[in-house]
Design a protein around this ligand. Sequence first.
Ligand code: 5GP
Ligand code: MN
Length: 343
Amino acid sequence: MNENEIKEIKELLSTPKNIVLVAHKNPDGDAIGSTLGMQHYLKQKGHKATTVLPNDVPEFLHWLPGVETVYKYDKQNKQSKRSLDEADIVFVLDFNAFHRVGDDMQKALEEYKGTYIMIDHHQQPDPISKYIYSDTSICSTCQMVYHFIDKMGDLNFINPEVATCLYTGIMTDTGSFRFPSTTSTTHKIIGELIDKGADNAKIHDNVFNASSYSRLQLMGAALTNLIVLPEYHTAYITLSQEELDKYNYQKGDTEGLVNYGLSMKGIYLAAIFIEDVEQGIIKISFRSKGSFSVNQFSRNHFNGGGHDNAAGGRSLISLEATVEEFLNQLKGYKNELAVSYEN
Ligand code: 5GP
Ligand code: MN
């Protein structure tokens, strides 16, 4: 986004507009934090701002301010469609390709004729938006929303609600400020957000200390299923539908499980394969340490993508066959994995 575009957007936002904020399917902390953070900011500026997400917000984020105002495209289809129809501007947040919202909503976004503004930190953005603020070096879309508000000259509009939403997305996308994408700028912004009313201890408590007993049991099953392949510096977890059912799986319960593989010394690639019988897919998450790009790996072999060190994907074959395919593909990356990271 150049200076001229910033000026144009400032001009656009200088009079009250009807604005819709959208994020990707199965929204995570960054997707919901950035849409709701933007919603609270834009409302204070006198705009009508509505968040439309493809599907549900996971339980561990239900406490976020404004969650109750979100339209879910799958369940509140009429309201969602009407909001999009009436929107002067649609902000595309935390995704950069229309297929990331899922089939039904994808069609609606493809048909939308108004002005798109994209703010996103994933690799290889599709040219779907008039204005594109894309930076893959920034840890989270929430941090980019902070920079965007700054570019608009509006940091004084960051109230406790905005601060809470942005803090949450930065925290969840950086693994609580651990990942290499966390910079001194990130920490400075986090400091600002605390000063502007984000209750940091409360936010961590809300997100990380809200597990059900059955979620911990499910984690136990996942860790029991962990397979380590030392020769590939790789560890992976599988969860079958039967196991998910046994432990009363709720949306969000498997969030973060993939990271356990990487918590072992000498492991640079971690994967989790989760069976979803209803959708007829295996949902895959990849995480890596160092130079091995899971974005590229997932794009090449598992219909997905994301970031260099965190990506998602899916497969349409069985859980067993998917794992077999993964093991087969790994063979071609043995040398790359061996030097991905220096312990
Ligand atoms: P997760 O493993 O948590 O689902 O996803 C990890 C990261 O990759 C997230 O930033 C997510 O938005 C992104 N991601 C997940 N699936 C896909 C996909 O199919 N395509 C692309 N481009 N990004 C994805
Ligand atoms: Mn993100």
